[in-house]
Design a protein around this ligand. Sequence first.
Ligand code: SF4
Length: 287
Amino acid sequence: MSLDGRIVLGMGLHTLSPSRAGDFKSCPQLFKFRAVDRLPEPTTTYQARGTTAHRALQRLFDLPREHRTPEALYDLFRAAWAEVRTTEDYEGLFSSLEEERAWGLESLAILANYFHVEDPSSFDPLERELDLREDLDGMTIRGILDRMEELPDGSLVISDYKTGKAPPEQYALPAFFALKTYALLIRRRTGRTPDRVRLIYLGGPNGPVVYEIPVNDAQLDAMDRQLRALWATIERAMARDEFPPRPGPLCDWCSFRDICPAWAVPDGLGGSPLAEPILDETGAAAD
Ligand code: SF4
């Protein structure tokens, strides 16, 4: 890895986050654009909401239990946005104050949903915004866990906030990839296996949705094997500079579609993808 954090081809993989691992599983070319080439991407109002809401929700638990009210959360959101809006990534995101105000009101309505999901005055998390970086026999896996708590029955739960809308339940399983990775890292760090992982979706027209699944040692062992296989596949891709694009529905939201080889068709032939990747047993692009 270079001094600025860029992964340099030929130097091997040093650190992998669940987000970048997910990129590679979805589309190796997307992984290359983001992790290897480190191309800039425009920030969106959805990212601004996610960043700001996470800060506010994290700080809510700094308050005494009796002060963890909706009004306090709204104030924390406003204060967090005052910080975030002046940062380089988010400066000038809105074209007018009216647009920014409408975004703010919509954000507060989404945050109001949080109180339909749980009562933050009823517990104190064990961890918040925990920066996890664990070495798994030569692989460094890194991620930031939103929250972890121990319930009265003694079970250990990892929770992740999402300000967007929940996918239909039958498509939610891939969204647990990051949380199961965090559970593996927690087991590695503490020797304790989390009991459950939860996705808390606050947005969407139907209000908040919580998806929760149990985890156990066998699942985390399988996640460990999956990460090792994925790591090896990425290292091979990097050594050969082979990152086949995997066109699909994701392309509609991809920042790099204009420069993606899958969509680079000769003038006059229209924009249909040219490449179909070959997948290996991990679900990643094969070499
Ligand atoms: S446009 Fe589609 S195929 Fe190309 S990098 Fe983005 S997600 Fe992958």
